[in-house]
Design a protein around this ligand. Structure first.
Ligand code: AMP
Ligand code: GLY
Length: 420
């Protein structure tokens, strides 16, 4: 009998997970999923009780965390406690603090010697202001202010003047910017370098090093405009070579897993290291307790063997250390197609045409099927296309040729993904 897998989430990343698991023969369901899923459970106002009802009615082999929120909300613990026969790919609520509390993550990095930007933590606006003004007067050119809690990817302000940094810290601390997520702030040194993302699947002891990636965060070409969840991604990251990867393994992955074990954090799942490479040395900007979006859409197509399903079984059965990953030497370029106003106000309900003309992987995100089965836009990030090629130029060409065949009225995308 095929394994039954429930994926929590409904973005492009979750569709990419779904596609990889279906290709391995699994029966995959999304909660809530999107138009890319064959089988979905409708969203519920109370996600936790909705999840409980689903698991009471259907016997799943695996539940896979797409985004961090279900773990931060305690859903991974709920499943482990109430449905022990289901294997959850995702950390406990306590372990998810690696992402859900920046202060927790920074303290852990400091305690276990993981390289990261120097930082201080504040809950009092006066103290934050004094510190920020002192740092600038000591010569800092920029300073990074982060809300402690989850703020939908928007909780980071890179400030170029003391007034801007103080305003951000105060707006976080008085709750106007992110509510409770800003009750504490982390003020950290600005790191000047290039960014790369490294991903592992781990049980806290052993791990598989997945393909690396670099994402395109800013909305417009030339790295301009607002920060978004990611307008594109390239795998492997061109900023990492073998020597740097080795140093990441030794200085970052090893000590982080040692920390996870020493702190008794329950961690079967994906762990995402958001890195800044400065002067040839890697520093952790952030941990995420899940894969990236749109990095997932770029990295999964490069995993030749074993299948994602085999990896999850090895994770469940304590065999991760014996799995040998084969990664394709090809380059992947993922281009995200959005509704023009994204990340601000944008339209929905537009017909998405041309999908049948595209042979490459297309990962749907903010997309739903109407009563006639047609795909319509239903969010800012509508879909992503991944091109593979022998080099960056080939992969770019494949991706953009496919994007040119897809159309909806307000379609927009960055033209420079892969041009660095
Ligand atoms: P985070 O959510 O911590 O990854 O931050 C979001 C983005 O802010 C990162 O991807 C970086 O582009 C930027 N950022 C965060 N921390 C720093 C830092 N210490 N120095 C420079 N840029 C940063
Ligand atoms: N693309 C960045 C993230 O998923 O957090």
């Amino acid at each position: 009998m095929n394994e039954k897998i429930l994926i929590l989430g409904g973005g492009g990343r979750e569709h990419a997970l779904c596609a990889a698991l279906e290709a391995a023969g699994a029966e995959v369901y999304g909660f809530p999923g999107n138009a890319g899923f064959t089988r979905v459970f409708a969203p519920e106002a109370d996600a936790t009780s909705g999840l409980r009802n689903i698991l009471r009615q259907t016997r799943f082999d695996f539940v896979v965390l797409g985004s961090e929120q279900p773990a931060a909300d305690g859903q991974t613990d709920l499943i482990r406690n109430e449905f022990p026969e289901v294997f959850v790919v995702g950390p406990s609520q306590s372990a998810a603090r690696l992402e859900s509390s920046k202060a927790f993550a920074k303290r852990l990095m400091q305690k276990y010697g993981v390289p990261t930007a120097r930082y201080d933590e504040f809950s009092d606006p006066r103290a934050a202001e004094n510190h920020i003004r002192r740092r600038f007067s000591e010569g800092a050119k920029k300073i990074v202010v982060k809300a402690d809690g989850l703020a939908a990817g928007k909780g980071v302000v890179v400030a170029e003047s003391p007034d801007e940094a103080v305003a951000a810290a105060c707006a976080m601390l008085d709750g106007t910017l992110f509510g409770a997520a800003g009750k504490n702030v982390v003020v950290e040194a600005f790191l000047d370098g290039v960014e790369a993302s490294v991903f592992i699947l781990t049980d806290g002891q052993d791990y598989l090093l997945l393909p690396s990636a670099t994402d395109y965060k800013r909305r417009f070409d030339g790295h301009t405009g607002p920060n978004t969840g990611g307008m594109g991604a390239v795998s492997p990251s061109p900023h990492l070579d073998d020597a740097l990867l080795q140093s990441i393994v030794e200085k970052i992955i090893g000590p982080t897993l040692a920390a996870i074990r020493a702190e008794n954090l329950e961690y079967p799942g994906f762990l995402f290291f958001g890195l800044m490479i400065c002067g040839g040395e890697p520093y952790v900007l952030e941990y995420n307790v899940r894969l990236g979006d749109p990095e997932t859409q770029a990295i999964l197509p490069r995993i030749v063997s074993p299948s994602l399903l085999e990896m999850f079984k090895a994770l469940r059965d304590g065999r991760l250390g014996r799995v040998k990953l084969e990664i394709s030497p090809q380059t992947a370029v993922t281009v995200v197609c959005v509704s023009a106003g994204y990340p601000g106000k944008h339209t929905t309900g537009e017909i998405v045409a041309g999908l049948e003309n595209v042979a490459l992987p297309v990962y749907l995100a903010g997309a739903r099927r109407d009563e006639n089965g047609r795909v319509r836009t239903a969010g800012g990030r509508v879909l992503a296309v991944t091109g593979l090629g022998d080099d960056l130029a080939d992969a770019r060409q494949a991706a953009y040729q496919a994007v040119a065949k897809i159309c909806f009225e307000s379609i927009d995308f960055r033209r420079d993904v892969g041009m660095f």
